[in-house]
Design a protein. Structure first.
Lengths: 364, 287
C-alpha cells in the first residue's frame, strides 16, 4: 500500500497546456475521487499516474520514490478502464491471469490468486466464459478482478460505472465501496457523476480547466465550497445563482441588492469588498423553506418535477432570474401558482467577481 | 383491417421481388464465373474427339476418358510442380501475413520520423505493378545467385503482396480499441508480446481476407516462374502445364486435366482461410 504525492505536475500536448501544475497528497488507503466536467483534465491526470502518458513537468512520487519515467507495472498501479478493455480472445480466467503469467509467476500461484479474486467478486462461475458472453456488470467485475490479482499499490479507475445501466450502477457502486473497505487499498477514481463522488470518496478533488479547484471531504465541499464552480458542481439540483451588488458590507452580515432592488441578507464576511461591487449569491434548492420569514423571494412556478419523495419547482422570479427549489413530495403545486419562499441568511453563499466564496460566519 | 393486411402483403410481395432480383443477379454472376471452370473440369474427363466435337457436352460412355490425367501424372512431374507451387504459395502468403501485420501495427501504433515515408512507399507499391521491374528483379536475382530457386519466387511474391496487405491490415489495426493495448501495457506486457498475444489474434479475420487476396495471384502466376525459375526442378503448376501447349499442337486433354488438378490445392487453402473470415472476434472486447 502506498502514499502518493504529486508536485506541480504539468502536462502539455504540443503547445496545448492540459494540466497547469497539480499538487496533491494522497494517503495510504484513501479513496480519492477526481471529478470535473469533461475536458477538465481528470482522465489525463489518471493516465499520467498510470504511466500511459508522460509527465511534462513536475514530480510523481509513490512511497518516497520518484516514478515519473517508470513503466506502468513498475509503479505498482493497476488501471480499470471505462470500456473494461478485456482481451476478447481470452476467457475470464486467462484475462485475469495474463499479467501474472507475463510476470513469470508459477502456475499454482496464479491459479490461487485468480480464484481468490474471482470469489471475492462473485465471478468464480464465469471463469471459462469469453468476454462477449458476459453482461456489462460481469465484464466490469472481470476488469476489476484483473486489477486485483496484481496486488497493486494504487488502483486507478477511469469512469468504471458509466457504461452500466442505472440500477446496476447503484449496485456496483455499493460493491465498490465494500471492496475498498475490504482491500484497504489506495484508490484514485475518475468520474463526472457527483453522486458517485459523494458516496465513494474519502476525499474529492474538484478539477476545472486543468487546475484543482478544491480538495476536501464530501461534506466539506458541500457545506464550504471555496469557489462558485465547486458550489455549482456539488449538489443536485444545482445551486441557484443570482447576481447582485453589495448593499451593506460587514464582517458578520452582508446585504446584497438584487437587480430588482430586493435585499438578501447573508451571514458572510464581506469586509474586504466595498459597496456597489458586483457579487453572485448562491442558494441551494434544498435550503428554501415556506415557513422561513427571512429573505423572502416571490415567483411563479413554471414547471413541477415530481420525483416521489421530493418535487423540484422551477420558479420564475419576476425579473430577478430563475431558480429551482426542492420541496416535500406531498404537495399540490402546479405550474402557474404564485409562491413565496424564505431562506436562512446562514445558508446563503456569496461569491465575488472572481468566483471566490466569501467566508461564512461560523454557525454557533 | 383488410387495408393493413393488403398493405402488409404488399410489403412482403415487394420484399420477395426485391430479393428475387438480387438473387437472380448474383446467380447470373456465379454462373458466368463458374462456367469456364466447369467447362475445364467437364472436358478434362473427355477424349480429344469428344472435346472438339461438342465442348459443352457432358462426358458420355463414348467420349469419357481419363487419358489426360494419365498423361499428366505419368509423363510429367506433376507431383513436383504441385509441391513447388504449394511451397511457394504457403511460404509467400505466410510471410506476407506476418510481415504485413507487423508493419501495419508499427505504422499505426508508433510515431517515428520515417513513418509517413514508409506508408507512402507502401502506397506506391499498390499503385505500381511489380512486373514493371522485371528486368531489374532478374538482374538482382542473377547477382544474388537465386535464379532457378524457389526462394527467388517467394521473395518476389512477398514484395508483390506486402503493400496491399499492409494497407488492409492497417485499417483493421485502427479498429482495435486502444484501451486493450493500454491495459496490456499496464499489465507489463512487452511490446512484442502485445503484438503476438493480443493484436495478432484479433487480426485473424482480416488476415484471412488478405491471405485469400494474396494467394490467388501467386498460385496463378506464370510470369515470374517463367522468368526467374523455369528449370525442370523449380517449375510451378502453371508453368508445368505449359509443356503440353505446343507451338503447333496443343495436348488439350492433358492441359485440361492438369488445370483441373491445380484447382484442388488452392480450393483447400481457400476453405481453411474462409472459415476464419466468418468469425468476428472483437465483439465483447469493449462495450
Amino acid at each position: 500500500m502506498a502514499n502518493l504525492q504529486l508536485k506541480n505536475v504539468q502536462k502539455r500536448f504540443g503547445n496545448v497546456d492540459v494540466l497547469h501544475g497539480i499538487d496533491l497528497d494522497i494517503k495510504d488507503g484513501e479513496f480519492v475521487v477526481l471529478i470535473g466536467e469533461s475536458g477538465c483534465g481528470k482522465s489525463t491526470l489518471l493516465r499520467l499516474l498510470s504511466g500511459l502518458e508522460e509527465i511534462s513537468e513536475g514530480d510523481l512520487i509513490i512511497d518516497d520514490q520518484r516514478v515519473n519515467t517508470a513503466p506502468p507495472a513498475k509503479r505498482g498501479v493497476a488501471m480499470v478502464f471505462q470500456s473494461y478493455a478485456l482481451y476478447p480472445h481470452m476467457n475470464v480466467y486467462k484475462n485475469m491471469a495474463f499479467g501474472l503469467k507475463i510476470a513469470g509467476q508459477d502456475k499454482a500461484f496464479v491459479k490461487s490468486k485468480v480464484t481468490d479474486a474471482a470469489k471475492k467478486l462473485k465471478i468464480d462461475h464465469l471463469l471459462e466464459r469469453l468476454p462477449r458472453e458476459l453482461s456489462g456488470g460481469q465484464r466490469q467485475r472481470v476488469a476489476i478482478g484483473r486489477a486485483i490479482v496484481r496486488e497493486p499499490k494504487v488502483f486507478l479507475f477511469d469512469e468504471p460505472l458509466s457504461n452500466l445501466d442505472a440500477s446496476l450502477r447503484v449496485q456496483t457502486r455499493v460493491e465498490l465501496g465494500k471492496l475498498h473497505q475490504e482491500l484497504k487499498a489506495t484508490v484514485i477514481y475518475v468520474t463526472h457523476d457527483q453522486t458517485e463522488a459523494m458516496t465513494l470518496g474519502d476525499k474529492i478533488v474538484v478539477m476545472n480547466k486543468g487546475r484543482i479547484e478544491q480538495v476536501g471531504a464530501p461534506l466539506e465541499l458541500y457545506h464550504h465550497p471555496k469557489t462558485q464552480f465547486v458550489a455549482g458542481f456539488i449538489g443536485s439540483p444545482k445551486m441557484n445563482f443570482l447576481s447582485g451588488k453589495i448593499h451593506l458590507q460587514g464582517t458578520e452580515s452582508t446585504q446584497v441588492m438584487l437587480e430588482s432592488g430586493r435585499i438578501i441578507v447573508a451571514s458572510v464576511d464581506s469586509s474586504h469588498l466595498h459597496q456597489g461591487q458586483t457579487v453572485t449569491i448562491g442558494l441551494r434548492p434544498e435550503h428554501f423553506s415556506r415557513q422561513c420569514v427571512d429573505n423572502i423571494l416571490v415567483g411563479q412556478v413554471s414547471l413541477v418535477e415530481h420525483l416521489g419523495e421530493v418535487s423540484y419547482l422551477y420558479m420564475d422570479l419576476n425579473g430577478e432570474g430563475e431558480l429551482v427549489t426542492k420541496v416535500d413530495g406531498d404537495n399540490d403545486h402546479r405550474a402557474g401558482d404564485e409562491l413565496s419562499f424564505g431562506i436562512d441568511p446562514r445558508k446563503v453563499y456569496v461569491f465575488d467577481e472572481q468566483g471566490a466564496a466569501l467566508d461564512r460566519v461560523k454557525l454557533q | 383491417m383488410r387495408l393493413t393486411q393488403s398493405f402488409l402483403s404488399n410489403i412482403s410481395v415487394r420484399n420477395v421481388s426485391k430479393s428475387t432480383t438480387v438473387h437472380a443477379v448474383l446467380l447470373a454472376y456465379t454462373v458466368i464465373a463458374l462456367f469456364p471452370i466447369l467447362i475445364v473440369i467437364v472436358n478434362s474427363f473427355k477424349d480429344r474427339k469428344g472435346i472438339f466435337r461438342d465442348p459443352l457436352a457432358l462426358p458420355t460412355s463414348d467420349t469419357f476418358s481419363m487419358v489426360g490425367f494419365e498423361q499428366v501424372l505419368l509423363r510429367s512431374d506433376f507431383g513436383l510442380f504441385a509441391w513447388n507451387s504449394i511451397i511457394v504459395t504457403v511460404l509467400a502468403v505466410g510471410l506476407v501475413l506476418l510481415l504485413g501485420a507487423m508493419a501495419a501495427w508499427a505504422l499505426t501504433e508508433y510515431r517515428f520520423r520515417t513513418n509517413l515515408l514508409i506508408t507512402f512507399l507502401f502506397a506506391m507499391g499498390i499503385m505500381i505493378p511489380i512486373r514493371l521491374g522485371t528486368v531489374s528483379i532478374l538482374r538482382l536475382m542473377v547477382e544474388l545467385n537465386l535464379v532457378n530457386t524457389l526462394t527467388s519466387l517467394v521473395l518476389v511474391y512477398i514484395a508483390q503482396g506486402l503493400p496491399l496487405a499492409v494497407y488492409i491490415l492497417s485499417e483493421f489495426v485502427r479498429t482495435i480499441p486502444k484501451e486493450l493495448v493500454e491495459a496490456a501495457r499496464c499489465d507489463a506486457v512487452s511490446e512484442y508480446r502485445i503484438f503476438f498475444s493480443i493484436i495478432l489474434p484479433l487480426l485473424k479475420p482480416a488476415m484471412a481476407t488478405v491471405a485469400v487476396f494474396t494467394m490467388i495471384p501467386i498460385w496463378n502466376d506464370l510470369w515470374f516462374p517463367l522468368i526467374l525459375a523455369p528449370s525442370e526442378e523449380t517449375r510451378t503448376i502453371t508453368l508445368g502445364v505449359q509443356q503440353f501447349v505446343g507451338q503447333y499442337v496443343t495436348n488439350w486433354t492433358s492441359v485440361l486435366a492438369a488445370l483441373t488438378m491445380a484447382i484442388v490445392p488452392v480450393l483447400i487453402l481457400y476453405t481453411i482461410f474462409s472459415r476464419q473470415l466468418i468469425r468476428g472476434l472483437t465483439s465483447g472486447a469493449v462495450k
